[in-house]
Write a protein of this length. Sequence first.
Length: 618
Amino acid sequence: MIMKKIFNKMPVISKRLTVIGYCLLAIGLTSCDDMFEPADENKRQAEDMTEESRYAHGLLIYGYDRLPYLTTTQTDIATDDAVTNLTNSNYLNMATGAWAADNNPMSTWDACKDGVQYVNLFLSIVEKVKWAPSAASKQQMFIDRLKGEAFGLRALFYYYLLMAHGGYGDDGVLYGVPLLTTAEDGSSDFNKPRATFAECVKQCFADCDSAMLLLPAAYEDISNNSEIPAKYQAIGAEYSGYNLVFGTKSKNLMSATIAEAIKAQVALLAASPAFRDQSGVTSAEAATLCANVLKRIDGLNGFDNTGNVWYKNKAKLDPSAAEMPEILWREDRHKNADQERENFPPSLFGNGRVNPSQNLVDAFPMRNGRPITDANSGYDPQNPYANRDPRLADNVLYNGTTYRSTQIITGTYPNDKNENLDNLNFISTSTRTGYYLKKLLRDDVSPLSSSLIEQQHIYPRIRYTEMFLAYAEAANDAWGPKAEQASAGFTAYDVIKAIRKRAGLGTDEYGRELPEGDAYLEECAGDQTKMTNLIRNERRLELCFENKRFWDMRRWMLPLNETVKGMKIDRNNETNVLTYSVIDVEERHFDNSYQCYGPIPKSEVLKWSNLVQNKGWQ
């Protein structure tokens, strides 16, 4: 058979890359009739996909299947924000010294390169496929949408490859990954060198631009022909056909807005301290691209005042509900209790896997907006949770919290029911830091098998708060806290003020605005360096446990080996007075000299002589 002959001639790596296209032909394209009455070749050829659109579309669907987004809290346990009580966790082993080019749980190499191959295969046939042979207008609309999706997905795959594998070689060049814009086959040269980081960024930008030209800003139904874009009116499109292709049934597919946001994310990465010297992208350019996204929601006028607790909006977590104004792109999950089973405290029948760190808890300011290290903050180390930023209670279960009618005691003493399950290091599923995860969890879920209650979950792929923070970071770096040249209509200061006001900072314990307002923000507004640190801290708090911190620390080139700390709380049984002691929980063994850049997989470097490794990795 032709396919088998080609496949057998390929080197090992080429088999891996091309099998993603040919397996669809070998398995998915075999008809039921052939099982009983074999055809001459007992298989169907690649060109058959042009006649049967559902098979061709399968290539793009497999591309979506390779999206690199995590749907649970995972990578944060390899940062200063959390640890895990799961002793065989790959992320724990990585953070404590086992990270290597042949042991890399952060790698996106295989999944994203496979995704690139899928979309490249799809792009090679998309214009030949009979999507709607009876209507030329529908045919063209399908081609445009599907091509746009493929371009946007390819940009996204390369963005994640750059985050995980971009870095400096021993020759001082900032490299990205090999650039592939056509599908590989048995005749391809697989020994490709890495393109420069700047070249990869340029390709991401080009793909995002292509996607934006072909896709709608959002997938919405229209009610008459006059609402059809002019280019489709010119070829005789009807609004029913337009809705079939670009209507609400296609929501959550790649759109122009999503592609624009991906372009802004790529720009922010490229303009960050770890990459800016050779990326070809400035902070001013990144700020402008972020502003373009935010203009679609009328800037700060579209800021969601409940966006920081989007996961509590139960009415809108169902896929059939109206979209959340906070969420730009989401992944809907089926009803389950997985996240709660993993992260509820043991008293609530959970495994307590993700344990927020004292380092993160200390990053939450006081309610008046001042850091706890500020002499004027009012912080009391023997009453550490009083008058704190309300976001602390939203994100973290700390000692004495009542959750689902249960008091969570993480100290060394029992709760009122004389149970110690949630105590520090009491059993294997107890907290190691004195804290449990609260963010992302639903309090109406019961993970206990005998009384199981599952609920709908979503995972935000891109939040508007992330885009506001990206704009603030880039704009402050380019022009300072209170200046803007991106035609955004607001400054870095304006964004951080809105975020902190939403959080309830600058208020007293009753929520009343303080006479001095958010005084600490005003202090930072006069100092670009202070504002940089404040913006980074706000990003840390707003996006905690959403798998962002690992990548942020590296692109900012922050120290990676800070010891993760926790809180031990003892009680005097005679006086009932609590004593709080900060403890060391886990030493981190990252090498700051080179591990802000991840490695190229060792197996790939050994296989291909032209594939250079990042400096410092073996």
